[in-house]
Design a protein around this ligand. Structure first.
Ligand SMILES: Nc1nc2c(ncn2[C@@H]2O[C@H](COP(=O)(O)OP(=O)(O)OP(=O)(O)O)[C@@H](O)[C@H]2O)c(=O)[nH]1
Length: 371
């Protein structure tokens, strides 16, 4: 039976639309693992949630593939297939580039992202047997709002697999309207930057129930009332109040679940939300992405043809030696898709089959980077 991906391809082909080469080359798997990217502020409970998530996947007799993108997490509380810490030592990055902890983490991720294609290859090799690919990320969520590495990671993953963002929120720390709104603004920026389906995961519900947040998201008056009664908001009150109004439409685009990573409460709801988000990806995101890639390729082709005909004209005018030569675009453009830049040719290894020595691996990485 044809997979969703194959059906999507054939519907494009049936529409007599040439298929973009990059999509033709994408692995067509029987089973498509869903990618879950866990994003959230420092201390929101991402790593604890990852631990709960992988445990729940295993107990449902499904197969996860786990990737850690947080270079500063130290000892991981969950089993992991690919760990950025095996490749980049963020303390040495800080030293080498004269950076503080935040800069060190972001730069480490940027360095790692230069070889993200290897991560995709490792996932691709096992994708037939996988149900979920889950990513832990650093608490520096600006990575996903303005950094290039965040965009490369989300874009490349979403090109190949149904990808869902799980935005983890520290519920007890979001119980004031001002902190709640600032958290929502971050989530909004990430949503609009990536355009991927997003699940708001109100974590730590064993400490504070998230019903207040659901109410604020569905009943504007109740949020306004909370703002009026909140001394912390102070002079910010009117700004926070108007933000609440602006965000109403954004709330409609989200799935909301409350969980406790510690007790495991709410995980069933989370997986239901993931299923819904995957369907949303397939009906909304993937067709839009395929059209975007197609349009980009067409624009590139057009500009190449224009440049070529300009060049041919110039050669004719100048009577250049090659003016009569049959020249195709292939002679001017290296279009074999191969990566000619071998500067950072670092080989990532799947920890489940081989765990590289961190020091040696990082030394290798820096040596290649310095070339
Ligand atoms: N009560 C309770 N505590 C939690 C829950 N989830 C996480 N925590 C606690 O919150 C703290 C932060 O959790 P982490 O999982 O390290 O959070 P993180 O988002 O990965 O933090 P960074 O690595 O700094 O970005 C720890 O003390 C956890 O034990 C939860 O569901 N309930």
């Amino acid at each position: 039976m044809a997979t969703q991906q194959e059906q999507a391809y054939s519907s494009l082909e049936n529409a007599a639309m040439p298929l973009p080469q990059s999509l033709k080359d994408a692995p067509k798997t029987e089973k498509e693992p869903a990618v879950i990217l866990c994003i959230g502020m420092a201390g929101s409970g991402k790593s604890t949630f990852m631990q709960r998530l992988t445990a729940s996947i295993h107990s449902a007799k499904k197969t996860p593939y786990v990737v850690n993108l947080d270079p500063a997490v130290g000892k991981l509380p969950f089993g992991c297939n690919i760990d950025i810490q095996d490749v980049v030592n963020y303390k040495q990055v800080m030293k080498q580039y004269g950076l503080g902890p935040n800069g060190g983490i972001i730069t480490s991720l940027n360095l790692f992202t230069t070889k993200f294609d290897q991560v995709l290859d490792l996932i691709g090799k096992r994708s037939k047997e996988l149900d979920y690919v889950v990513f832990d990320t650093p608490g520096q969520i600006e990575i996903f709002t303005w950094s290039a590495s965040g965009q490369i990671i989300t874009d490349t993953l979403a090109t190949l697999h149904p990808t869902v963002l799980a935005y983890i929120i520290d519920t007890p720390r979001s119980s004031s309207p001002a902190t709640f709104i600032s958290n929502m603004m971050y989530a909004l920026s990430i949503l609009y930057k990536t355009k991927l389906p997003m699940i708001l995961v109100f974590n730590k519900c064993d400490v504070v129930d998230a019903s207040f947040a659901r109410e604020w998201m569905t009943d504007f008056e109740s949020f306004q009332e909370a703002v009026r009664g909140d001394e912390e908001s102070g002079y910010m009150g009117s700004l926070v109040g108007s933000m609440g109004l602006v965000l109403e439409e954004f709330y409609n685009a989200l799935k909301v679940v409350s969980v406790s990573a510690v007790t495991g409460a709410g995980m069933d709801d989370f997986f239901t939300a993931v299923d819904e988000a995957v369907s949303e990806y397939k009906t909304d995101y993937r067709p839009a992405m395929e059209k975007k890639i197609f349009d980009k390729k067409e624009a590139l082709k057009k500009s190449r043809e224009e440049n070529l005909s300009k060049l041919m004209k110039d050669m004719e005018v100048g009577g250049g030696a090659g003016s009569k030569k049959d020249t195709s675009t292939d002679d001017f453009y290296d279009d074999d898709g191969a990566d000619d830049d071998d500067e950072f040719n670092v080989s990532l290894e799947d920890r489940s089959t081989n765990s590289a020595g961190e020091e040696a691996s990082f030394k290798r990485f820096l040596e290649k980077a310095a070339k």
